[in-house]
Design a protein around this ligand. Structure first.
Ligand SMILES: [Fe+2]
Length: 670
């Protein structure tokens, strides 16, 4: 029985712990003065649980990050009024998820960050970020919604319906040879659009599973599964255990090995593709993920980001809801991988991206401290590129609080309502600016790093003036970036992450001090402006510290409709979880410290943990004709999958195959 949430038992606001899947359109209630020159449309996306979860919190204690994307659009163009509209993102795999919910063997289940069906493959949850694009001839901007493990999709900015994936299925290489209807496709949640050359760039990568587990680990893992296999009465769990055993022992055969392909799109035609290789000709090997990329006039910057996702999630979280806590914990311990404490950058010269060229050599640069998000200046004078990086030191954003996690304060399990929530950072984040000189064979790096004792605790999400209102082009150089930080929360610290980061090599604050600060709720969630100018200066001249029991996420810069064009002439719209409800707060970008100018709320607006945002001046029903052909003949693909499982993978018997086919006959697969 789920107990009633009261904020007395938590330090985190209870409103961040739940979310609704209801699709609505209504007017927001306004507390304070809504600025008259606030304009356009703010888009926010949040994972809101899965078809079987009835929103958040997830019933199975799985991570909040696994869920269908819900788009929230706030419309500011009517004076004195704000309308909001919400819509769940529904690509084709969403409907398969829905149709198979009552089938025991076919249904999609949560495996950590990913959602997977033994027979159909991987969901593309499209719950992470947006990319506005305007190609020549487009009247209004077009909008992509993205996810790290799937193709980006274009949405209709008026109706919020998905229209088409970018690129047809065969234009993307899956991470495995398993012939799934929905294969795992690894990409980036932050593709880039060059507003000067009208090109969209993204990545498509995969990695071998062979090096995921050493031989001893693989044996131990299989042993653990076998030991418990007899205790698992469900047919599904038996089949899945067999599948995992075969997956591990045949990993080299069923993956394509390491590859990273850079893709370029013109908004209308097919995708151009270049294979990225190291100077010695070997393929670039991504160890974690490619959550973010950046673009300058002459270079594309890729990063192996501190966030582990992909098919490994099947192995890390092998039998959702079937395992006892003891076994699940044993598996997490066995497979425990620390995110790399360093960031590896791969830099591609855009001059090398010639048509007909198959591969391109990258420059690899490693810098200390991990990161998920960075920005780059568009101009790169004298082949010097400038990166603005938020180092999320000692923060594993792919980890969440499990049922069996204990608190370092009393060694007791954390309260049930926190299961699935993100864990906290265990050191102060570092804001870095790097100037990388690529004019010589060996790149040189100048860096400037700062921390702020109040602001930079868990520096996760950012916003800035990303397109100049007059021209629609990217500013040539960034001077002000707005970040929100999580703050430190005693409820989001576990013994597990304390162990993981006890020996963190770049530690600035001793772990005991961090734990003490968290215990006393001493570091609030903050919205701050990082000023980074052409001279050496780098500072935080303005910030707002949110009150106790408030967490801010999803900031978005909105330029004022009038006045000079500058990176501070605008508003910051962000989602704030308060002890009572989710609200949208609006700040003057030039004066954060005075607090919000107004707050928006609605009794049915329930965000949970929202992620990235974007802003469009205009929305319209989609005019463009591009549509990637969708696969229609599902049945023959499903037959392929089953024979692969029976013959190549030997994970099912003939009888089991027949049983699966009986379930398939019960649903409409076309
Ligand atoms: Fe992101």
């Amino acid at each position: 029985m789920v107990q009633e949430l009261t904020n007395q038992s938590f330090s985190v606001p209870k409103s961040i712990l739940d979310a609704s899947r209801e699709e609505l359109i209504d007017k927001m209630q306004i507390d304070g003065k809504l600025p008259n020159d606030l304009q356009g449309h703010v888009f926010i996306v949040a994972p809101v649980g899965t078809i079987d979860s009835e929103g958040l919190p997830p019933k199975d204690g799985n991570t909040y990050l696994n869920g269908d994307g819900m788009i929230y659009r706030l419309d500011f163009n009517q004076k004195g009024e704000v309308t909001w509209k919400t819509q769940i993102v529904k690509p084709q795999d969403y409907f398969f998820d829905k149709r198979t919910q009552n089938q025991k063997l076919l249904k999609f289940r949560n495996f950590g960050i990913i959602r997977f069906s033994l027979v159909f493959g991987f969901r593309n949850e499209l719950n992470t970020a947006f990319l506005p694009m305007k190609f020549p001839g487009d009247l209004n901007e077009r909008l992509l919604i993205t996810y790290d493990a799937g193709r980006p999709y274009e949405i209709d900015t008026e109706t919020l319906e998905v229209v088409t994936p970018v690129g047809e299925r065969k234009e993307w290489q899956a991470a495995t040879k398993l012939p799934y209807r929905f294969p795992p496709i690894l990409s980036t949640a932050h593709p880039v659009f060059d507003t000067y050359t009208n090109q969209m760039f993204t990545v498509n990568y995969g990695r071998s599973l062979g090096n995921l587990l050493g031989r001893k680990e693989a044996n131990d893992y299989i042993h653990l599964l076998e030991e418990h296999q007899q205790q698992l009465p469900q047919k599904y769990a038996q089949l899945h255990t067999n599948f995992l055993k075969q997956l591990i022992s045949k990993a080299d055969v069923i993956t394509y090995g390491d590859f990273v392909h850079l893709l370029c799109w013109d908004g209308a035609g097919s995708l151009q593709r270049w294979k990225l290789v190291n100077p010695d000709g070997s393929p670039v090997s991504i160890k974690q993920s490619m959550h973010q990329m950046g673009i300058t006039e002459d270079y594309i910057v890729l990063m192996d980001t501190s966030f582990i996702t992909g098919i490994e999630q099947l192995i890390n979280n092998p039998l959702p809801t079937s395992l006892d806590d003891h076994l699940e914990e044993a598996i997490r311990k066995l497979l425990k991988r620390k995110p790399s404490p360093d960031s590896t950058l791969y830099i591609v010269s855009r001059h090398d991206l010639q048509e007909g060229q198959d591969s391109v050599v990258v420059k690899k640069i490693t810098i200390p401290r991990e990161a998920c998000h960075f920005l780059v200046d568009y101009r790169n004078p004298d082949n010097k590129i400038t990166l603005h990086i938020s180092h999320i030191c000692a923060w594993n954003v792919a980890e969440w609080i499990r049922r069996y996690d204990t608190s370092p304060y009393d060694q007791k399990p954390l309260p049930q309502h926190l299961h699935g929530m993100q864990q906290c950072e265990l050191d102060i984040s570092v804001m870095g600016r790097y100037v990388i000189d690529l004019s010589n064979q060996e790149p040189t790096i100048e860096s400037k790093l700062i921390t702020h004792d109040t602001c930079t605790w868990g520096a996760g999400l950012f916003t800035y003036l990303d397109r100049l209102p007059s021209s629609g082009t990217t500013p040539e150089k960034l001077d002000n970036i707005y970040w929100v930080s999580l703050g430190l929360w005693k409820d989001l610290v576990t013994d597990f992450i304390c162990d993981l980061y006890r020996d963190y090599p770049y530690r600035q604050k001793p772990l005991d001090e961090v734990l003490e600060l968290a215990r006393n709720s001493a570091k609030p969630s903050c919205l701050y402006r990082l000023h980074t100018s052409s001279n050496e200066a780098m500072e935080i001249p303005d910030y707002f510290a949110f009150p106790k029991e408030h967490i801010a996420v999803s900031p978005q810069f909105v330029p004022r409709s009038e006045g000079e064009e500058s990176s501070t002439n605008g508003y910051i719209v962000c989602v704030v979880s308060t002890p009572k409800r989710n609200e949208v707060w609006i700040f003057d970008a030039e004066n954060l410290q005075q607090g919000p100018l107004c707050k928006l709320y609605h009794p049915n607006l329930n965000f949970g943990f929202s992620l990235h945002t974007t802003w469009l001046k205009n929305i319209s029903s989609r005019q463009d004709s591009y549509k990637a052909p969708q696969i229609r003949n599902h049945r023959s693909l499903i037959d392929n999958t089953l024979s692969f499982m029976e013959t190549d993978l030997s994970s099912i018997t003939k009888d089991e195959k027949d049983e699966i086919e009986r379930e398939i006959n019960d649903i409409d697969v076309e």
